[in-house]
Design a protein around this ligand. Sequence first.
Ligand SMILES: [Zn+2]
Length: 545
Amino acid sequence: MITIYNARKIITMNPSRPVATHVAVREGRILGAGVLEELTGWGEHTLDDRFADKVLMPGLVEGHSHAMEGTFWRYVYCGYFDRLDPGGKQWAGAKSIDAVVTRLREAEAELASAEEPLAGWSLDAIYFGNQRVNRYDLDQVSETRPIGILNASGHILNVNSKALELAGLLRAGVNHSGIPLGSDGLPIGELKGPDAMTPVGVHVGFDRSLLACDEAGLRQFARLCVRRGVTTATDLANLLPDDAVEMMVRVTGEDSFPARIVSLRRLQNLSVPEIIERALELRAMSTDLLRLGIIKVVADGSIQGFSACIRWPGYYNGAANGLWYVPPEQLREIYRLALKKGVQIHTHTNGDEATELVLDCVEEALHGHPSPDHRFTLQHCQLADAAQFRRMKALGMCVNLFPNHHFYWGDQHRALTVGPERAERMNACATALATGVPLAIHSDAPVTPLGPFFTAWCAVNRKTASGATLGEHERIGVDDALRTITLGAAYTLKLDGEVGSIECGKQADFAVLEDDPTTIGGENLKDIGVWGTVQGGRIFAASEI
Ligand SMILES: [Zn+2]
């Protein structure tokens, strides 16, 4: 059965035929994109004009997100910026500690029992003039139920007195670097790092399973994908135990599930030889809508948390250098074995010292196992300089940069973390393209909201939250930005032969748009209306998802 759709415009991303008026679909795949007369040559067909006033693009590809964005929405949103939830509701940002408290009170009023915990997420005290949220703030919401709010970075948990009490921490004599004390000698209710967070987190409703995504979370994540025009999304750091894989295969296999999920196994809890074996096993379990077998390695921390490893002369405000999340020797070992066994690795680096170490290790590994087209990808890689992009090119590496950071933390990077000059080269998209390094851009949802058009807007405009342009010379054009959120991201996942453009033989994955991103103007990219998606020929309207 062939369906031919007409549209106001079809932007194909196929360089041989960039624009079309019609696209023919059979069995979930594209027969061709062109004009009607050509496509009728495929045989008997139905003409479907439901998209006659829409613009079609290849389904967008989010190359670095986490499906736990879907899980977080069951907690109270406490972020500073407005944010769209999976049901389509736009949540206003909470602009002060008082606003956070008010929002928690509203949610509290709906809870049945007086002991039920209350949890929030996406708090970022950096926007409150660095005023800290402490247990007294949260005690205003309730003194009888445990309350906790996870920081936007995921590395800090703020809790009330009841939560501390339940964890046995509301006492004098607590001596832990991640648990700051007040003048009364008792913890102030801020917990930093997994060691300090976990024992209290379980009492407020956060447990370890939060970091994996569960079934309900995966479904919510997919709804968000439809609202943002995304048909292929990564879940970049999952531990992928057998029961999670079984659940993901089942859920993504349902007819009504609207997105392809690429889930990476994070290097943790397994030795290097074990994780390489596991990656091969996972690869064999892949289905059309669930792709497995890539490994994620986290080399260092975050720049705004001063835990990224950066080179001389270090942090602008003099903060101590960051830390290695994986020992350098283990990095060397994993690249060597992965190249030998043909397993792809994506590596998180933020600081330029971490990027340099990864480049050194990959270069050394390539001498042992020359591997054409390995597509090892640097994720974030925010602080790389031009020389490092040249090394990436020489080594055959890809990069997935994080332009959303300019908007959310650019002002802080300029003032505090890396200073004015290096802040302008952060997420150097123009340098990556000029050097010929295959480029993708990402949201790292839930760290920033899922939405490739917003990410493209960030790469094109490089505006910070205060309205400044940070790094004029690293801005890229709209056409390049649109390529990075389709073919660019698909390439880093070795999926560019299947998705990322609208052309004969590829998956019938489309973003269905109200506006034309090529004519709306770069400054308006973030406001493009998304009607929904077509995934493998199945139609998903955002209004009905
Ligand atoms: Zn991430």
